[in-house]
Ligand binder design. Sequence first.
Ligand SMILES: Nc1ncnc2c1ncn2[C@@H]1O[C@H](COP(=O)(O)OP(=O)(O)OP(=O)(O)O)[C@@H](O)[C@H]1O
Ligand SMILES: [Mg+2]
Length: 246
Amino acid sequence: MKRCGQSRLPLVDMTRTIALVGIDGSGKTTQAHRLADALAAEGLRASYRRNAGGRRWFGRLAARLGKGDDAEDLLGRRAMLFVESVLRWLAILRTLLRRAFTGEITVMDRYAVCQYASLRARAARPAAERRARLAYRLFPRPDVTFYLAVDPQVAHDRIEARGYDHESTDYLSAAAVAYRSLPEYAGFVVIDADATPDKVAAEIRARLPIPAPVTPARSRVRTMILAGGPLLAGATALGYQLAESL
Ligand SMILES: Nc1ncnc2c1ncn2[C@@H]1O[C@H](COP(=O)(O)OP(=O)(O)OP(=O)(O)O)[C@@H](O)[C@H]1O
Ligand SMILES: [Mg+2]
């Protein structure tokens, strides 16, 4: 990962994949886009990537075929969980392959843990999660995982206001419980996602282990120090030579 026009910094090298996870309506898509844009504006090569499981697409298909308005109305709960696990696996693979190719910072909208939470929230059998974990083990942990913690009622109201899908508050509450029950939860950076989009974005950026960009003023000071040292040494050596030759 490169910072444009600057030397490589060890901290930057550490943070290559950033995942935003959380229940539907917590603001993952909003914040992942904002973070990728903010990092790009700081001169870092960063991209937004979505690791979708296809649930919304199948929901739309169900509606078009007149079979309800939910993916599970079309495929059934267990089959949809299986399809979602496969599609998300493929999406994550594509994201990581792209990242390996481009070397950019990847801000991911959902990751493997979302699948484990989906399986738990929908009361899948433990064997289904074990199988999913086996398949997803291929993927490295993101360098940072932000968990957007939101009140399920707030998330529900946001989804309704968004207007293109629906989720019951009961499901959203079960999903929040599922995320918190994951063994990975202890490693999440928990963000208060009930706050305004600006506040959420600021908290995410503040807690990201990528140093703030070098501002022009700081950059000038650094240039002066870097250039000033050799200049001073050169001038001293020249002055010494001159004094000796007199
Ligand atoms: N902090 C916030 N305060 C108020 N509204 C928000 C906030 N963050 C996002 N929204 C709005 O709430 C809706 C849901 O946000 P978003 O689509 O980003 O959530 P999501 O976590 O990606 O949901 P999903 O899992 O369903 O894709 C959007 O209409 C978005 O504009
Ligand atoms: Mg989204």
